[in-house]
Write a protein that binds this ligand. Structure first.
Ligand code: NAG
Length: 592
């Protein structure tokens, strides 16, 4: 039976990515919004650190001396009231706003927050009960200073969102919340905005005017929904994507996951959103995203996204992050060494770069250029031709953004396979050599033959141990820099831009998984893996699917009598069917 934990915000500090992910999965009441947390859980041991973390997450509190007043249990149901606007001053505290006339009870609102050690959670798990939050576990307890919008951990109903929004608006008439009030950046409305939502409609009226949530949006798995490349709310999504990028660069993994989920949901929503409560009721969204929508609707932009765009530090991080072979961690490392542009990297850091990063810096500008569809197809066909020179009968699917219908791609991804198992084994090296000799490949960045070394078996599966980023290391592949060697006479130097190309080789028996794993948007893939794990006890990997029970390979691609799939796209459809998922054409997997 699930334990009744309070609402928990998990700090990523001092946690490895995989531990963080495991804990996120294990916490049944996880929130990504620290404002609504009753408990802030972290791998920390000192009060100083607890205070630092609260500051970092912009949650302002006043300390409650001593601890654990039983009458102030965060889970106590609280009656929120909507005071008439005039009766409440700008600096309305929670107490003041509760002094008004009675209204309906809403979801419990945590007015205090406790920062506790990670061991409280793990010990509770071990004990099979929720242990008291005091004693040695408790690092700090504070009362939240501003009243922040409250989101229930479950899917909020439209009327709840509206009620809370109205209560909120009433509590801060013409509010000018300053950061000293401790609002998270995302809650700050800098303009002198009108109350957030006017109290002119009743709940029923509001609900009547909201379009019904489509059936497929009741799931949290984006792999179960059609997500088009140009959804009706694209402009709003663009703003959220900017914020997510900033979170990525800041190393805020939890923020990235939260924004990714919200973006994937809104991208699958088939109507043009007209109100905040319409957003707030969608899975993965909630009040935070609803408020961002309100701001977007009123001003046409989101202040946080705009500030991120003009933030000089983020601009430098973005520049480094775009170096091929440098992730966000490397970008921060470069920044912390005091480097501010590519010249700094070349002058002060060249020797310390990996070979791949050196190539990424050398061709930085060219690799930023987008590749038109016709050229993507051209490059892919050249690769196929060379593969077929080595062994006739190869089949190919161009995957990545191209297959999802993008007009331009950042790189070229192709999956090659062959019905003869012997033909795919170790072929990646031969293909690279052939393309190098023909002068198409100028640099080979990564050449992986792990799959062939394993005997072309789906990647092994050892219990529940997680291996971060394992998914894409499992098929044979070559990541190369490509340049068309043909150019018009008259120029002394090849003017064709260098391109990034990924050649992926899959054995036939699991080609459907390879194509599926390499065709879909990032959040689609994340949710596909999560779906396989939670709903099917399977482990999805581009190199094949395995049972989480006994580690055995699960063949979803062969026909009823074990005969191999006739082609790679049929194999992919069979994977969908075998997983109990409706088929989604690649153009509907644009989750971002
Ligand atoms: C907590 O942090 C310490 C010190 O950084 C680290 O050694 C330990 O592995 C972390 N604990 C967990 C569960 O990740």
């Amino acid at each position: 039976m699930a334990l009744e934990f309070p609402i928990i915000f998990l700090l990523s500090t001092h946690l490895e990515a995989e531990t963080l992910q495991r804990l996120e999965d294990e916490i049944p009441t996880l929130t990504y919004d620290i404002n609504e947390a009753e408990v802030v859980l972290g791998n920390i041991s000192r009060k100083q650190r607890a205070l630092f973390e609260l500051r970092k997450h912009k949650l302002e509190t006043s300390e409650i001396p001593g601890s654990d007043d039983p009458t102030d249990s965060p889970r106590r149901k609280r009656v929120r009231t909507t005071a008439p606007a005039d009766d409440v001053s700008d600096t309305a505290s929670e107490a003041e706003s509760e002094a008004g006339t009675k209204t309906t009870p809403v979801k419990p609102s945590a007015s205090t927050v406790k920062v506790v050690k990670l061991s409280w959670f793990t010990d509770s798990q071990k004990a099979g009960k929720v242990l008291p939050l005091g004693g040695d576990y408790l690092l700090y307890e504070g009362r939240k200073v501003p009243k922040t919008p409250v989101k229930s951990p479950s899917l909020p109903r439209a009327e709840d969102v509206l009620k809370r929004a109205m209560a909120d608006a009433a509590a801060r008439p013409g509010a000018r919340p300053s950061s000293s009030q401790g609002y998270g950046r995302q809650f700050i409305h800098r303009s002198s905005q009108p109350p957030m939502l006017r109290q002119t409609t009743t709940d029923d009226e509001v609900n009547k005017h909201l379009p019904p949530i489509p059936e497929y949006l009741h799931t949290t798995y984006s792999c179960q929904r059609p997500t088009p490349v140009h959804p009706p709310n694209e402009a709003f999504i663009e703003q959220l994507t900017k914020i997510r990028t900033a979170r990525t660069l800041a190393g805020d993994q939890i923020g990235v996951r939260a924004y990714s989920s919200a973006i994937a949901t809104i991208a699958a929503y088939p109507y043009t959103i007209s109100s905040a409560q319409e957003v707030g009721r969608l899975p993965g969204c909630g009040n935070k995203i609803a408020l961002l929508f309100q701001e977007f609707k009123e001003t046409g932009e989101i202040q946080e996204a705009k500030e991120d765009e003009s933030d000089p530090k983020l601009a430098v991080l973005r520049l480094f992050y775009e170096i091929w072979g440098a992730g966000e961690t490397t970008a921060r490392e470069f920044y912390n060494r005091g480097w501010r542009d590519l010249d700094d990297v070349i002058e002060y850091g060249w020797e310390s770069l990996t070979r791949v990063q050196q190539i990424g810096v050398k061709y930085y500008d060219e690799l930023q250029l987008k590749i038109p569809r016709a050229e993507v197809a051209d490059i892919a066909n050249t690769i196929l031709k060379h593969a077929n020179k080595i062994h006739k009968g190869f089949q190919m699917v161009i995957v990545g953004g191209y297959r999802r219908g993008k007009l331009e791609s950042g790189d070229v991804d192709v999956v090659l396979s062959h019905p003869d198992d012997a033909a795919t084994r170790n072929v990646v090296e031969s293909i690279v050599v052939s393309l190098e000799e023909a002068k198409y490949i100028t640099h080979t960045l990564i050449l992986s033959t792990k799959n062939s070394e394993r005997g072309q078996l789906p990647v092994s599966w050892k219990g529940n141990a997680r291996k971060a980023g394992s998914g894409f290391d499992t098929l044979d592949k070559a990541l190369v820099v490509w340049q068309d060697p043909k150019w018009a006479t008259g120029e002394s130097k090849n003017p064709n831009p260098h391109r990034r190309v990924d050649i992926i080789i899959s054995p036939w028996k699991t080609a459907g998984c390879a194509v599926l794993g390499w065709s879909s948007g990032t959040t689609f893939q994340r949710d596909l893996r999560r779906y396989c794990k939670k709903e099917r006890s399977l482990k999805f990997d581009s190199s094949g699917i395995r049972s989480r029970m006994d580690g055995s390979w699960v063949d979803l691609e062969s026909g009823p009598n074990g005969e191999p799939a006739p082609d790679m796209l049929t194999a992919e459809r069979r994977v969908f069917a075998g997983l109990g998922l409706g088929y989604r054409p690649p153009e509907e997997r644009c989750t971002g």
